[in-house]
Design a protein around this ligand. Structure first.
Ligand code: IMP
Length: 194
């Protein structure tokens, strides 16, 4: 079985990835060794996912897959975007800040974006994909599942926030799942250079 480092220090993300990939590809995903601390100073999701993947490959000596994701709100010119995790100090404050910024705003269109990059053990890019999940910013929070901005993100085509969906439902439509789906297809393709 192929071994690929998933460039995150978040074990929850690794579990999510393993759940989506289960029985879909012949790969064992593992966490990076201790000391994984990439400097995410890229200006786009793509750049940051490449930085993370190359750092994980460098310290592990193995191929690596990385993701970088965030919420982009049309009326806020794409903010919080790549700054989603640092928009305010705590998860609760981040949501409060977003709802405040959206007070009185009619156009509530938003999207979650995830960039994924797979590199070989030398850090060369093998595959890069983007997944997007479209929706709207709610006026109040609802739901208890998920994390981050899920309680204020109403998924297009539903009346539910991401936090009202089960983990299984989210894993079918999320930006991460959609990016990963394309990576899996590439790993499974006949001409995969992995
Ligand atoms: P990163 O990809 O781990 O750097 O995540 C960036 C930030 O984007 C997270 O800390 C969340 O604030 C936000 N984010 C990314 N994906 C999701 C999601 O699926 N739901 C809610 N918030 C998310």
């Amino acid at each position: 079985m192929k071994k690929i480092v998933f460039a995150t220090s978040n074990p929850h993300k690794l579990e999510e990835l393993q759940a989506i990939c289960k029985d879909r590809c012949d790969v064992e995903f593992v966490l990076p060794p201790a000391g994984f601390d990439p400097v995410e100073n890229g200006e786009t999701f793509e750049e940051n996912s490449l930085i993370k993947a190359q750092e994980a490959a460098r310290i592990s000596g193995l191929p690596a897959l990385a993701d970088d994701s965030g919420l982009c709100v049309d009326a806020l010119d794409g903010a919080p975007g790549i700054h989603s995790a640092r928009y305010a100090p705590t998860a609760r404050e981040r949501i409060d800040k977003l709802l405040k910024a959206m007070e009185g705003v009619k156009d509530r269109k938003a999207k979650f974006v995830c960039a994924m990059t797979l590199v070989n053990a030398q850090g060369d890019v093998l595959c890069k994909k983007i997944g997007e999940c479209h929706g709207k910013i709610a006026f109040t929070q609802s739901g208890t599942h998920g994390f981050g901005y899920d309680p204020v993100f109403v998924v297009d085509g539903t009346n539910y926030t991401m936090a009202e969906l089960s983990e299984e439902e989210k894993n079918k439509i999320s930006h991460r799942a959609l990016a990963l789906e394309q990576i899996i297809n590439s790993l499974n393709s006949d001409n995969s250079t992995y």
